[in-house]
Design a protein around this ligand. Sequence first.
Ligand SMILES: Nc1ncnc2c1ncn2[C@@H]1O[C@H](COP(=O)(O)OP(=O)(O)O)[C@@H](O)[C@H]1O
Ligand SMILES: [Mg+2]
Length: 290
Amino acid sequence: MPIGAKLASKSASSGVGESRSAAAGRARALADPSRPLLDVRGVTIQYKTQRHLVTATYRVGFNVLQADRFVLLGPSGCGKSTLLKAVGGYLQPTEGDIRLKGELITEPGPDRIMVFQEFDQLLPWKTVLENVIFPLKTTRTLNAKAAEERAMHYIKKVNLTKFAHSYPHTLSGGMKQRVAIARGMAMEPDILLMDEPFAALDALTRTRMQDELLALWDETQFTVLFVTHSIPEAIKIGSRILLLSPHPGQVKAEINSVPRGQENSNEAAALSREIHEMLFTDQIEENSNA
Ligand SMILES: Nc1ncnc2c1ncn2[C@@H]1O[C@H](COP(=O)(O)OP(=O)(O)O)[C@@H](O)[C@H]1O
Ligand SMILES: [Mg+2]
């Protein structure tokens, strides 16, 4: 159960414990007439288990602008999935708040759609087309014909038109992920939330899926919040990267990635080294505290 939400949002708004860069970032955001699409401020999330209180993230703040490819990068257990679930509205922060277009997020909604890593996120008894149509029917006022047209449009975008009437068990892992992405995009959410969507794929398929996602972005410029623990993937996918420290996750740095298509450049290699170093510093601190 999340605790102390009200109390903490007060201290977050007074700026207690915030880094100077976070405060400067907010000042910039306020000065900017195009306010951020997603505004995450001072977010601490705790899990209460039977024996412990686990702090998954500690006073994390960041802004996602329209058409950003915003990446949350950090080692396993630093609270990336927790943050994404909170943006999805599945978890409430203990402290701080999360706003989409200025509105406080209190529950899940069709304006934020999640794509997960697992291959079993499709309904096995429904075809590709039916899987993509299903959430359109349950949450939208589209009639059957319009829903089918919308679904086919996005199935085409992920190059699966020929498989529209196939069942998930006949598809490869990469194809299933493409269906999940088409299903998410068909909802036309304000923001697409992707939790290590390619982590379970083989290396070649993973590279191809990254390229496809970027090609889709070139076409439609959707806003995506993308979670990964892979530095090369973060540099390739992200326009901006939020680097989180190990457990509990805190903001270590917010970094601009290299320009699109430059992921193999010297600049990208330098950025990769810089990120490695930042993560490695944490490792030393952790060990010396142990
Ligand atoms: N349901 C839960 N109950 C208790 N602790 C949890 C739960 N989910 C995650 N955690 C803990 O919160 C921390 C962050 O987890 P998670 O957000 O899954 O990290 P990441 O996605 O970065 O690997 C971890 O220490 C994890 O063990
Ligand atoms: Mg995770």
